[in-house]
Design a protein around this ligand. Structure first.
Ligand code: HEM
Length: 459
């Protein structure tokens, strides 16, 4: 039993003698976390081998950790392990290093700079769907991943990957996600230096992506002008002593932005297409909005503001199927949360999957209802009942970029295609760093929606 300084016991499942709750977590991490919160309350604990994990499921406590007392916490062990792939990029770094890089990155994500990328985002979408045939079948997640990877490369790195490099990055990201899904599920922590097939596969995948990134960085170093994109700004940044970022630091940031910046948005879009494919009424309303707001024109940063249902569909998709399904932290000192004393170094988990399904905030939580995010209803929610992008100083640096991108891409695709899901298609997940579809993923047939007049006939 985990006891804090005051001896107050935190409730939770007993688990098995040696393993604790490891097998249950392995079998169904989403179900296990949800059940633990429902049964044991807003602060619960479970054991994995010899380590206790405390789950926080109350918005107040989550706000305390992420915002009000953020300085008392560091990232959790799983995120620290991600450094094997991401190095000391924004997601994994701490302290002064993180502060300096965050300031540099924030430059690329001002509202004006994000809005200026809208045309590039729409162009990337038009190019990708240009290769789709009406009646052809698609793997929705794969298509969305290719598209959002292209958007990140074009907007943040001012580059377009050659087809061979695109395939290398795509395969590398598969290996990475597979590796970290296994790391989450496995009983034994395998040291990174052991030449196991998984370790070798990960090292090779990282080395191949590194080669592409280092080539891109060398090319940008050779250019005298900044170019106005994030990579240009990072390459030309100098500290007070006039020292710039090393190739290693640049590589770590590029790898981080590549992973954090495309996989998450691709999942939000995949989950939105799933919702549209399974709710014909919603699809009708979505098509009406596209016709009313856009007519035959592609969306841009200004018209996107009027695509309010489209935005709510993305928000509701991220409520039910949050691309980042849990955030972890470790207290740097003994802390008090929800009436319990929690020792320094305890693993804390705050799961969007769990909190976003709390019926106190989202009645009939499994129902897909974008109107939960109508302004008057959204205003009534406690601040951390909904936190797809985290919060506080470590809040997602790309959240506004991601929202604009998701709305523009959903609308651009929706103007031309309806993705008809395979009969019986279901979203099932294999949680890794992100909430990825299991197995073959979501398969669909692309049905043409060519002109606005035809939209209504199609329906
Ligand atoms: C729907 C899309 C996205 C979702 C759901 C999402 C979610 C998140 C979450 C929950 C965090 C906080 C993790 C924590 O506190 O431990 C985070 C951090 C981060 N995200 Fe995103 N993200 C998305 C899109 C993006 C995009 C498009 C970019 C970049 C272009 C990006 C870059 C980052 C970075 C660099 C961090 C680390 C920030 C820091 O610690 O300073 N994300 N994201």
């Amino acid at each position: 039993m985990l006891r804090g300084v005051s001896g107050s016991a935190i409730p939770g499942p007993r688990g098995l003698p040696a393993l604790g709750s490891l097998l249950e977590l392995e079998r169904d991490s989403l179900g296990f976390l949800t059940e633990t919160a429902r049964r044991y309350g807003p602060v619960s604990r479970f054991r994995l081998l010899h380590r206790f994990v405390v789950q926080l499921a109350d918005p107040e406590d989550i706000e305390q950790v992420l915002v009000r007392c953020a300085a008392d916490y560091r990232k959790d062990r799983f995120t620290q392990d991600l450094a094997r792939a991401l190095g000391q990029g924004l997601v994994t770094s701490e302290g002064e290093h993180w502060k300096r890089h965050r300031k540099l990155a924030a430059f690329a994500f001002t509202p004006q700079r994000i809005a200026a990328q809208a045309g590039t985002m729409v162009d990337a979408a038009l190019q990708r769907i240009g290769s789709w045939r009406a009646g052809g079948s698609l793997n929705v997640h794969q298509e969305m991943s290719r598209l959002t990877l292209d958007v990140v490369c074009r907007t943040l790195f001012h580059t377009q990957l050659a087809p061979g490099d695109e395939a290398t990055v795509e395969r590398g990201m598969e290996v990475l996600n597979h590796f970290f899904a296994e790391a989450l599920e496995s009983v034994l922590l395998v040291p990174p230096w052991l030449p196991t097939p998984n370790n070798l596969r990960l090292s090779r995948a990282i080395a191949r992506i590194d080669a592409i990134l280092l080539r891109m960085i060398a090319r940008r170093r050779a250019e005298p002008a900044e170019g106005g994109d994030l990579l240009g700004a990072l390459v030309h940044a100098r500290d007070e002593q006039g020292v710039g970022l090393s190739d290693r630091e640049l590589r770590d940031e590029c790898m981080t932005l590549l992973l954090a910046g495309h996989e998450t948005t691709a999942l939000a879009l995949t989950h939105a297409f799933y919702a549209l494919g399974t709710h014909s009424d919603l699809r009708r309303r979505f098509q009406q909005e596209l016709v009313q707001v856009l007519g035959d024109e592609p969306p841009d940063a200004t018209s996107a503001r009027d695509l309010s249902l489209t935005e709510r569909i993305i928000k509701e998709s991220m409520r039910l199927h949050p691309p980042v399904w849990a955030i972890g932290r470790q207290p740097l000192r003994d802390v008090r949360l929800g009436g319990h004393d929690i020792p320094a170094g305890t693993e804390l988990v705050m799961s969007q999957w769990v909190v976003h399904r709390d019926p106190r905030f989202f009645p009939d939580p499994e129902a897909f209802d974008p109107d939960r995010f109508l302004p008057e209803r959204a205003r009534a929610l406690p601040r951390f009942a909904y936190f797809p992008f985290g919060g506080g100083p470590r809040v997602c640096v790309g959240s506004h970029f991601a929202m604009l991108e998701a709305v523009l891409l959903l609308a651009t695709i929706g103007q031309r295609f309806h993705l008809e899901l395979e009969p019986g298609a279901r979203l099932e997940f294999r949680p890794s760093v992100t909430l990825r579809p299991k197995g073959r993923g979501l398969l669909a047939t692309a049905r043409s929606n060519l002109t606005p007049r035809h939209h209504s006939n199609d329906l």
